[in-house]
Design a protein around this ligand. Structure first.
Ligand code: NAP
Length: 287
């Protein structure tokens, strides 16, 4: 990865931090996208110290806001003429329905519309790399996702209890549908787009602290489970493989787990749904 430029979102924690660390070890120049500048600087320091690489930079953006996604893309484009790898890793769950300051439901904003918009804004730089790769960190929760084009932002039926899993599954399905559509649109461009389920990884992704109702009682089990499920480093293995391995340089429009393509849900593979999700995502990010 020497000389390659990689942008990793959600690099302050979990899979994103481990991915950035691994790519730096492989010699890539890594740009960490973080919403908190101080934490970003701290992670950059950790990665420089662990890898002895000086090619670690930080860009700051709250990805729930499209205005910040646009500023992020502009900041990147000012500094770099090309992008070899874009890893859309940042993700979040919201136990209570909330909207961003721009009026977009938060789960959809962070898990789907942010990577959708960021990728589209950076396509020129990915094309300029000649062999650009887009890696979308998805989830097997997409299998439980549903598409309701009349209520994509779940104004109706957002569960009052729980940790926001239903909205998360829906947003991950939207992300996967548009990953496939992107791969189709980029056919013959040299740029690839793939998605990955990282496995069950001990990170900060489950917001038990903000949940209400009986689901809070699961918190101790999650803490216990953290010792037996994957580490962040193990969770980063497939994203890093998709970013770096020559074996997958020409593969696009696939969903990976454990470094191998697997079948995603039937709904995610429906071309009509993919096209419609693309169109509505364009409308929702039109600015
Ligand atoms: N862990 C699992 O078992 C699992 C399973 C399937 C899929 N995934 C996916 O893996 C990806 C990484 O998650 P993780 O498990 O590593 O969770 P994590 O430890 O919670 O990390 C999530 C990252 O996303 C960032 N982020 C969240 N909201 C953001 C926003 N509005 N703007 C900018 N950055 C934001 C977080 O920043 P802060 O540090 O500032 O909060 C953090 O760096 C996610 O896409 C998740 O859906 C995880």
């Amino acid at each position: 990865m020497q000389g390659r430029i990689c942008l990793v979102t959600g690099a302050t924690s979990g899979i994103g931090k481990a991915t950035a660390m691994a790519l730096a070890r492989l010699g890539a120049a890594v740009i960490l996208v973080c919403r908190d500048a101080a934490r970003g600087r701290e992670v950059a320091r950790d990665i420089r110290a662990a890898t002895r690489s000086q090619a670690i930079d930080v860009l700051v953006a709250d990805l729930s806001l499209q205005s910040e996604v646009r500023r992020l893309a502009a900041d990147f484009a000012r500094q770099h003429g090309r992008l070899d790898v874009l890893i859309n890793n940042a993700g979040a769950m919201f136990p209570q329905r909330a909207e961003s300051a721009e009026g977009i439901e938060m789960t959809l904003a962070v898990n789907h519309l942010a990577p959708f918009l960021l990728t589209n804004l950076l396509l020129d730089q990915l094309r300029a790399a000649g062999h650009g790769r887009v890696v979308n960190v998805n989830s097997d929760e997409h299998e439980k996702g549903r598409v309701d084009f009349d209520d994509l932002q779940m104004r109706r039926g957002y569960p009052r209890r729980g940790i926001g899993m239903r909205a998360y599954g829906n947003a991950k399905l939207a992300n996967l549908l548009t990953t496939y559509e992107l791969a189709r649109r980029l056919r013959d461009s040299g740029v690839t787009a793939n998605a990955v389920h990282p496995g069950y990884v001990a990170t900060n992704i489950l917001p038990f602290d903000k949940a209400s109702g009986p689901v809070r009682m699961l918190k101790p089990f999650w803490h216990a489970a953290r010792y037996v499920i994957l580490s962040s480093e193990q969770g980063a293995a497939t994203p890093v493989y998709l970013a770096a391995s020559p074996d997958v340089g020409n593969l696009s429009g696939l969903y990976f787990q454990n470094r191998a393509p697997i079948a995603s849900s039937a709904a995610s593979r429906d071309p009509e749904l993919q096209r419609r999700m693309w169109d509505i995502s364009e409308q929702l990010t039109a600015g």
